[in-house]
Design a binder for this molecule. Sequence first.
Ligand code: CU
Length: 648
Amino acid sequence: MSTPFMKSRRRFMGATGLGLLAAAATPAWVRAMEMGSGVNRANPNFKPDVEIDLLAQVDNVSILSGQPTRVYRYTAKLLTGPKETLTEIPGSYLGPIIRLHKWQKVRINFHNKLPEPSITHWHGLHVPSDMDGHPDHVIGNGQTRVYEFEVLNRAGLNIYHPHPHEATASQVYHGLAGGLIVNDDEEAKLGLPGGEYELPVVIQDRRFDDKNQMVYGATMHDRMVGFYGDKILVNGRPNAAFEVASRAYRLRVLNGSTARIYKLGWSDGSPVTVIGVDGGLLEVPENRPYVMIAPGERLDIWADFTGHAKGSEVTLRSLPFKGVLPKMAEQMMQGGMGGMQHGGGMGGGHGTGMGMMGGGMMAGMSLPVGSDFPIMKMRITREMSDSPNLPTHLSNIRRYRLDDVANKGKPIPIGISEGPMSMLLNGRPYKSGDFLPFERVPVNTVQLLEIFHAHGGGGGHGGGAAAPAESGGGHGAEPANKPAAGSSEHAMGGGQQGMGPGMMGGGMGGMGHGMMGGGMGMGHGMMQGGGMQHGGDQGGGNQGMGMMGGGMGGMGGMGMMFSMAHPIHLHGQQFQVLSRTIGTEEAEDYATVKDGLMSSGWKDTVLVMPGEKVRIIKPFEDFKGPFMYHCHNLEHEDMGMMREFLIE
Ligand SMILES: [Cu+2]
């Protein structure tokens, strides 16, 4: 892995300024990371309709009562263009909403005032490759990168956020993100709620320490399953509440969390009316009992409070669901909950055996993934007699069909491989310029892509050999239980029961050392139970399957142990979802989310559930060059669950 190497090099170069001297002997992509090769100049022939200075800097913002919180923050200044181009969100660390119009020519001068390299990406925008905020184009403190592009997108809510390789999650977590709204004439004709009746709703989860500072230290476990906060912020504020009138509103919802997936529903049981997704308006509104939103996804929600009495309120909640985390993590998280209640705190000092529970699980406990919690309140404080009507037809979308693609019988694969400390796409960690043959895509073509779980890619196929795996199960249980005795007995008890020896055997056997190091803390049984190598090399798929068959009902090899949901994001032009297929094993959990998965409209991020195969159709038009595709669970992205297409 190049991780420590790159980090230390970067620090070294940054500190000494020796980058130039070393350049000749260093590969281009490493040089790019070190030297801030993203520095460029404005094109004097480009005449912008809108020009913005965008700064990323350290700031202190009051989020919780008491001490302000140190954040990373985007601020912006409009140099040229309509004054409604920039709108601050009062009291928020989030960047201002940038509002652009289709066909505008835009120049953004991005100034990095952070103590570390960064680069800004326009998530959702169809812009030239070198204007996309590629990780190779990072710039250092005091440097500037100039973006110039024409707005080709249809109306929709996009995101600007950092994209430096291995630091995206921490920079977003500390506050770097903002909404970028595109408007167009088709949308304007609808007369949708605007002005004070159009509300940005950026949902994030964060952890704070007792000095009100954001805590981000992703443990190995966090990196595997994602880092979860225990406080929900909307537009950067806790306990969010909006004062609204009894009329229709347009909620521009963005999941800006690094990993958390939400299942949005109204507390009064009304359906959620979705009018748009990532790539703008749907053709017609869709009423859903609830709607799922994964990191990087957006929703345009029509919220009509007509008829609600003054003084009443409705809460937007995240409703219960299952199956987005690896089974074991999900069960341990619930076990951990028990421990919290009964035992009261299993804090840090329990030794390595408690690593997982102490770090990852502890924090998730008060807000387990898939639990039921409030996100924001809508308080009706004014009664109004008139309100716009929901249009029956919203926009025109040309639906792609299989006959439209250039590669009908041969979809471009995006294989999700899930192994110990190794979440990958197409079996390889991110490396700039490393294009597999199928990652080279002819420009101006429309392609079929298939996103699926390629089990065991990281850790080898199949579980461990039956015998060691079984003993792994047996031993694993013991040490895991011991440190848990006492105050946190119930915690481990819960998790333990859920797992059962059968699963332990097959699954844990395969896990091996990588995971252990970080504190899965399940005891030496796991380590003996085959290890990654054994699991991969000798783990006869049959034996592995047999084992798993007992424990988990016939799921595949050890990869299944780590199978979880991933929001897969593709840069460049947006795509359409052609089909979703779910395995029978996962159907029960899937039933808790399926009615909220949006497959209509234009998307750039699609949530792929465990056991699910998603086929999408994507045009690769206009621009040549590298375009990223990656998991938008930002912990995964930073682990290297990212690749790029070369459009040529
Ligand atoms: Cu992922």
